[in-house]
Design a protein around this ligand. Structure first.
Ligand SMILES: *Cc1c(COP(=O)(O)O)cnc(C)c1O
Length: 455
């Protein structure tokens, strides 16, 4: 074992291919279904909405490795390989025999892992002669990443930002605009979906569902325009494996192999990124690593949801996906980890959870901020509220090691920094932060409705 703190790879060690775990899965995830025919979507159908290459990757269940284009690797070099860090300060504070490592994705230009998929999606758009990409954003992280990547490849990016966030978080809007993105508060008057809602309710402050409807409508109705998604779908998880493949080499440099791998969980992309490359050794080489997805207690699709066909959006525009879900009508509480407020999990992760290849834990908001503050004080990085779920889960496992007197190696992904989330920290520090509990009755009502709508 090495006693170094940081494990750094050189540029030419950026992986040359992403890992497609679906090729190695015994039980394949169900492909996205056309809601009308209930038949698996074809590449042709998908590519009316998404780029052709993203559509092909989404439906690829056979190729284990998918080449990363040179132009994508060149842009990855602006911040990759990212460091793997041994959290020695945190270990000491916890007085644990566990060895804790984290992969630091907060060093990307946009401050999160989201760029790992925004870059290839913008690149494929350019190669296919697409001129514009549209998307929606709640908290702003994905909109920021796509704005930056679009600019790099000469693609115009239009973002529909939920109006309440647009108004309450002006800096997140100006970050996207600084990178060149065009940002509309949703509902807007530039789509018929937006206009219809505004006509009914001029004061409506928007929802992710409305924003998705607007982004998809604009993509379908504009020549040379496609829609890009930053989580949930399998091609997004695929792109994120670049971070786990790097971590695999770096753990090797550290002379260790993880017993436990942890990622926070919104739609599943950063969890997949850190977990899948190691999970391949569980599948192929008999390793026994545990994989833990850390989700908010207020949005517990993995721990309390149902495996069911559901839409990816609140409005019901997307294909049907077989996933762990709380129902697309589920309204998550306004927790600060905006990136984790999503009703469902990607199809690949959902199948892996169903097959007991991984576990999930749910974490309360106040516990995540307590963990975040300890991490900030011991490691010097203020983590994103989303990432703090992974930190909290890692701390809980490290404390278990202390109780049991066992030495384990824990690896978690630090998906982003929290420097634009200081309002949330302010609330925590002044004692004004609360937890949101959902009752079994509330959950059941949503799932009953889902079962009524989608048989
Ligand atoms: C968007 C986001 C997440 C959640 O998305 P996943 O697809 O589940 O990874 C987590 N952390 C940060 C910093 C984010 O921006």
């Amino acid at each position: 074992m090495s006693n170094n703190k940081r494990f750094i790879l050189s540029e030419n060690e950026i992986p040359t291919a992403w890992y497609n775990i679906v090729a190695d899965m015994k039980n394949k995830p169900m492909l996205p279904l056309n809601p009308k025919t209930r038949q698996p979507l074809t590449v042709d159908e998908m590519s009316h909405i998404f780029t052709l290459e993203a559509s092909k990757q989404e439906l690829n269940q056979t190729d284990r490795w998918i080449e990363i284009p040179d132009e994508v690797r060149d842009l990855y070099k602006h911040y990759r390989p990212t460091p793997l860090v041994r959290a020695t300060g945190l270990e000491k504070a916890l007085d644990t025999p566990a060895h804790i490592y984290f992969k630091n994705e907060s060093v990307s230009p946009v401050g999160s892992h989201k760029l790992n998929s925004a870059i290839p999606q913008a690149y494929y758009a350019k190669m296919e002669g697409i001129k514009n990409l549209t998307t929606e954003t709640g908290a702003g992280q994905w909109g920021t990443a796509l704005s930056y990547a679009g600019k790099a490849f000469g693609i115009d990016v239009t973002i529909f930002m939920v109006k309440v966030s647009f108004e309450q978080k002006p800096y997140r809007r100006s970050i996207m605009q600084t990178f060149g993105g065009h940002v509309f508060a949703s509902p807007s008057d530039v789509t018929s979906a937006g206009r219809a809602i505004l006509a009914r309710d001029p004061g409506y402050t928007g929802s992710l569902g409305t924003a998705i409807s607007e982004a998809v409508e604009m993509a379908i109705g504009t020549p040379d325009c496609r829609y890009a998604l930053g989580s949930v779908l399998s091609h997004v998880s695929l792109h994120q494996t670049v971070l786990g493949l790097e971590a695999e080499k770096q753990m090797d440099m550290a002379g260790e192999y993880p017993d436990i791998v942890i990622g926070c969980f919104g739609g599943g992309s950063n969890f997949s990124g850190i977990a899948f490359p190691f999970m391949r050794h569980n599948i192929l080489d008999g390793k026994k690593t545990r994989f833990i997805a850390a989700e908010p207690a207020s949005c517990p699709k993995l721990t309390r949801g149902e495996f069911h066909l559901d839409f990816g959006d609140e409005a019901g525009y997307t294909p049907l996906l077989a996933m762990y879900t709380l129902g697309h009508n589920f309204k998550p509480a306004s927790i600060h980890a905006g990136g984790l407020r999503y009703h469902g999990a990607g199809t690949t992760v959902s199948q892996l959870l169903k097959d007991n290849m991984m576990e999930a834990v749910d974490i309360k908001q106040t516990d995540t901020f307590k963990a975040a503050q300890l991490f900030a004080q011991t490691e010097g990085i203020i983590p994103a509220p989303e990432s703090s779920h992974a930190i909290c889960a890692a701390i809980n496992e490290a404390l278990k090691c202390k109780e049991e007197g066992t030495q384990k190696t824990i690896l978690f992904n630090l998906s982003g920094h929290g420097l634009i989330d200081m309002t949330a920290y302010d609330q925590y520090l002044s004692g004004n932060l609360h937890n949101y509990e959902i009752s079994d009755a509330e959950l059941k009502a949503n799932l009953d409705e889902l079962n009524r709508i989608i048989k």
